[in-house]
Ligand binder design. Structure first.
Ligand code: AMP
Ligand code: GLY
Length: 435
């Protein structure tokens, strides 16, 4: 099969690496890709949100199957446009992608289908929203309805702060995305990412991963797309725990059934942001694609042929899939970002040592914002730049290998990493930690 993968991040490099190992994959093309992806796929310079350009390319190149990495083209209807032209594709339609692109849609959907989530209400009027604060207690969770690149959520410690934030939301801080606001109850517990594949009717569980959302050590600093991840998460499942079963029975299965019942079948990756509360797992939010940096650790752990699963899902035939197999090792991913990220940062800085890092035991570097310079050297070209993944017999070993690669192999003075990725797993202290 001729496969077209859409995207250019670390998630897409990990997907490209995994898809290219499939016996079903004869040619892998990536739009637009990055310097790392270009080493294993044919990259074509079409932006991930250029829907017309991508559809034209898929048709003219007679692509057999399209895999969409990021959420923006999904929310813009890329899957619908490809399907109209008869191109097979793995991912949700624009309407099904509302599970990520509209928080209000998802909260109302959870109510209709009895899916556990924080108590909430939806507002399009500032005074109504302020009045609702009186019914809630601090801290107050305020969310823009639409996609806001992970920045549309504010947790206000006091009512005055919440009121000031609401005024900003309604005065256009997030543009259209913030014209509708969700206010919800603050949930306490351990936050975790859980991934599954859906084919419109059934859902196949993959596994859990732990993200690190804040920019700096100790969960300080601004929220980012994610500064590191690990999987499996110690203590998540084991003798006496039934978390995967509860997540499936109470959250994911009712979601896929509910979407089908509402004539809005969901095909693609279902990524549940969950809070493991004292009462059990509750949904924080859905994403309709793999997480980045979580995908990188999942792909290194997965033994099963992902492409085969995606093709089955797109055909509505996940019932034919075998159980997903995983390598035994733990995997950690430490993101190297440009100093200043998630604020302004430099681009075009030379990075050396990636090949040396890749030769180290258990280490695999996935690129994110990188380009190959005219001088043939690797250059930084984004906020998150490299993903240093490492596997190990234990999580301690995986963490040590990743940081050794960063310290002894990678040469990039303009980059920074968090030094505490997976520290909470090393401390074996998974209770009541909020990322
Ligand atoms: P979201 O974009 O909805 O995932 O929210 C971003 C982050 O805000 C989440 O990853 C949580 O850390 C936090 N958060 C969101 N909603 C809640 C909630 N109801 N209770 C506690 N924390 C929350
Ligand atoms: N790492 C979280 C996300 O991809 O949304």
């Amino acid at each position: 099969m001729k496969i077209l993968l859409i995207g250019s991040g670390g998630r897409e490099h990990a997907l490209a690496w995994k898809l290219s190992q499939s016996p079903l994959c004869e040619q892998l093309i990536c739009a637009p890709g990055n310097a790392g992806i270009c080493e294993i796929a044919d990259c074509v310079n079409i932006a991930a949100d250029d829907i017309v350009g991508l559809v034209d390319f898929a048709l003219s190149e007679a692509v057999n199957f399209v895999v969409v990495g990021p959420e923006v083209p999904l929310a813009q209807g890329l899957v619908d446009e490809l399907a109209k032209k008869g191109v097979a594709v793995f991912g949700p339609t624009e309407q099904a992608a509302m599970l990520e692109s509209s928080k209000a849609f998802t909260k109302d959907f959870c109510t209709r289908h009895n899916i556990p989530t924080a108590k909430y209400d939806v507002f399009t009027d500032l005074d109504d929203a302020k009045a609702y604060l009186g019914e809630m207690s601090a801290p107050y969770v305020i969310k823009a309805d639409g996609l806001a690149a992970g920045k549309g959520v504010v947790i206000a410690e006091t009512k005055a702060e919440a009121e000031a934030e609401l005024a900003e939301f309604f005065s256009g801080k997030f543009g259209e995305a913030g014209a509708c606001v969700v206010i919800e109850e603050f949930m306490r517990g351990h936050e975790i990412s859980f991934f599954a594949l859906a084919d419109g009717k059934m859902v196949l569980p993959l596994c859990e991963a732990q993200d690190h959302k804040r920019a700096y050590d100790g969960d300080k600093g601004p929220n980012t797309g994610g500064m590191g991840a690990y999987s499996p998460v110690p203590g998540f499942e084991g003798p006496g725990f039934t978390d995967t079963a509860r997540i499936m029975d109470e959250i994911l299965i009712p979601t896929v059934r509910g979407m089908a019942a509402e004539d809005n079948p969901f095909v693609g990756v279902l990524f549940a942001g969950l809070m493991m509360t004292a009462e059990g797992p509750k949904l924080i939010e859905y994403n309709v694609r793999f997480g980045d940096p979580e995908c990188q650790v999942l792909m290194r752990r997965m033994k099963t042929d992902l492409l085969e699963l995606m093709v089955l899902a797109a055909k509505g035939r996940l019932v034919d899939a075998k159980t997903v197999q995983w390598h035994k090792d733990s995997v950690v991913n430490v993101v190297m970002a440009a100093q200043g990220y998630p604020g302004p940062y430099n681009k075009g800085e030379t990075i050396k040592g990636v090949d040396a890092a890749n030769l180290m035991d258990g280490v695999k570097v996935f690129h994110a914002g990188t380009v190959r310079g005219d001088d043939g050297l690797l250059k930084s070209a984004g906020g998150r730049v490299l993903n240093i993944t490492a596997s190990g017999k234990t999580i301690e070993q995986a963490v040590a290998r990743a940081y050794t690669a960063i310290d002894d192999a990678i040469i990039w003075p303009g980059g920074f990493v968090r030094r505490d990725i997976a520290k909470q797993a090393l401390n074996n202290n998974n209770s009541n930690q909020k990322q």
